[in-house]
Write a protein that binds this ligand. Sequence first.
Ligand code: FRU
Length: 294
Amino acid sequence: LAQDKKWRIGFSQATTIEPWRAQFNKDIIAEAAKHPEVELIITDGEDKTEKQVADVENLIRQEVNALLISPKESAGLTGVVQQAIDAKIPVFVLDRNVETDKYVQFVGGDNKLIGRAAGEYAVELLGGPGKAQGNVVEIWGGMGTQPAHDRHDGFHEFTDKEPGIKNLLDQQSGDWKQDQAYNIMATALRNNEKIDLVYGHNDPMAYGAYLAAKDAGREKDIKFIGIDALPGEGVTWVNNGELSATFLYATPGAEGLRQAIKYLGGEKVEKNVVLPTLKVTKENAGQIMKDNGL
Ligand code: FRU
């Protein structure tokens, strides 16, 4: 440990190829810069469970003072999180959960709530409660992740109440990726003459579906809803009229690190820290872009 450093904190990131995760890393690095007593070690799981498991084993061997992890998927990372806990390393789980609650803290958005907000808005776009009509394509995030399941469940709390809404796809996963969502949507367009709304579990997938519809000349007939609301991505696409709405899923980078530092300093921390969300439509998208220098 360098002389001026008091704490070595490890952060195991699932992948950096997705724009939201690149922002997440920027946020945690910016926060670390405010704490000269902290040495932050970031690893990149490269979107592979085995790689992320090896990363965490490595951080455990380095005897980090705290471990932050944003898992690629729940089941595959639970064992190594337990290993860290057994090694008496305080663990902070960020954004995607694991299948134990023996960690110190979970920090992330409320995906059930976000799913509900998306479902409520979908019903509104399709004609309103009791009157909504339309064929809906849902493109799931990673099947092995809690956010995808919560985003699905919350959405359906609203749309399943509408007899006029028909679900065209059952559990099709685009694994959070724009290109996979493009392919799913291209097939859905070929198989269905009428599609009214697409719900992507994140913005890259909603946008991939939009591009597929555009290439088929059908984007004007369809509404697209996503989640994440990065200013340069989802918010911009809403502002361009490509997506109808996106819902903020703030990265837990800064807050997660602050919480870990608080804990290492001997303070008590909450078991769960929930980050706020925000509905972004054409009404506020331009302002959000301006606020972010775009
Ligand atoms: C990035 C991402 C985000 C999404 C989050 C869910 O890897 O797919 O787009 O909101 O993970 O955990």
